[in-house]
Design a binder for this molecule. Structure first.
Ligand SMILES: Nc1nc2c(ncn2[C@@H]2O[C@H](COP(=O)(O)OP(=O)(O)OP(=O)(O)O)[C@@H](O)[C@H]2O)c(=O)[nH]1
Ligand SMILES: [Mg+2]
Length: 278
């Protein structure tokens, strides 16, 4: 009998959600995946818009923050059926979940009904803020420089934000941190991997997470059961595209040839659906 999963895909603004869903769907539509689409998204406008831009060698547009639609579709291979849900296409709601400490009834449903979570984190956009968890002890001269650019308000640092978000989601799902968490299973995807200037093979995403967000890595190691969470890298495009100057090489090869997932082993795999199934 085939297993059915419901995968919730979340990420803050500008982490690459739209390009990921566009490229993922394009791979499915062009038959370059072991999955077939069982139920297509109800509205293909956003997906088609980004695929069209990519086919012209251009970056897609930022999703308007008023656009709160949800994208969902169902894929299957011989053994597994997966319902993929991308809520809040503009990414802002994820920020406000944490800042307002409020979960809407729709988010509550999405969290409680999903058994897998895919969290996109974009490392090149994470500012290095002075914090005892990101830096060790400082010398007086260092401190003077650092205090000049200290945060104005008690806003959360990036690792603090992700930990708070996951704790809220686990609370809503009724999960206690006293026992290692095995459901939901969690994939952390470090997005725009190509911008990190790393070697093309052998860089282990979990090691990158530990270096860039040690506080978050330690939190995940402590509360999730080891076999039920993983860290991958994601480069939906394989390179940066411009919004006005087309990249001719990208056009010649086609968007379906671009992009890869970095598996937990460090191996690069062009099959973007590796991210949706453990
Ligand atoms: N270098 C590189 N850039 C990428 C990649 N994926 C997306 N981008 C760029 O990252 C930016 C954000 O991508 P989006 O897909 O629009 O991100 P989003 O999470 O949907 O953003 P919002 O809709 O604003 O929340 C765009 O400028 C993309 O061109 C990638 O794999 N590599
Ligand atoms: Mg978007």
């Amino acid at each position: 009998m085939s297993k059915a999963h419901r995968l919730l895909i979340i990420g803050g603004p500008n982490v690459g959600k739209t390009h990921f869903v566009g490229q993922l769907y394009h791979r499915l539509a062009t038959g370059l995946s072991r999955y077939r689409t069982v139920t297509a998204p109800a509205d293909l406008t956003v997906i088609q818009a980004v695929i069209d831009r990519l086919a012209g060698g251009l970056a897609g547009a930022h999703t308007e923050s008023g656009l709160n639609e949800e994208i969902s579709f169902v894929v299957a291979d011989g053994q597994t059926t997966i319902e993929l849900i991308f809520p809040d296409y503009a990414g802002e709601q994820v920020r406000s979940l944490v800042s307002d400490r409020l979960i809407s009834s729709r988010w509550q449903e999405l969290i409680t009904q999903s058994d897998e979570w895919l969290l996109l984190i974009r490392p090149d956009m994470i500012p290095t803020l002075e914090d005892i968890t990101t830096r060790g002890l400082a010398y007086v001269e260092d401190l003077q420089v650092r205090l000049g650019k200290v945060q104005q308000e008690a806003e959360l640092t990036a690792p603090g934000f992700f930990i708070e978000l996951l704790q809220m989601m686990l609370y809503v799902k009724g999960k206690s941190a006293l026992a290692p968490i095995s459901e939901p299973r969690l994939t952390v995807a470090l997005s725009c991997w190509d911008t990190l200037g790393l070697a093309t093979s052998g860089v282990v995403p979990a090691v990158e997470l530990k270096q860039r967000l040690p506080f978050l890595a330690a939190f995940l190691e402590t509360i999730w059961a080891p076999d039920n969470w993983r860290v991958c890298g994601l480069s939906s495009l394989g390179r940066s595209l411009d919004a006005t100057n087309p990249d001719e090489d990208f056009v010649d090869d086609g968007p379906e040839a671009a992009g890869y997932v970095v598996l937990p082993s460090g191996e690069h795999d062009p099959d973007l659906t590796q991210l949706i199934a453990f």
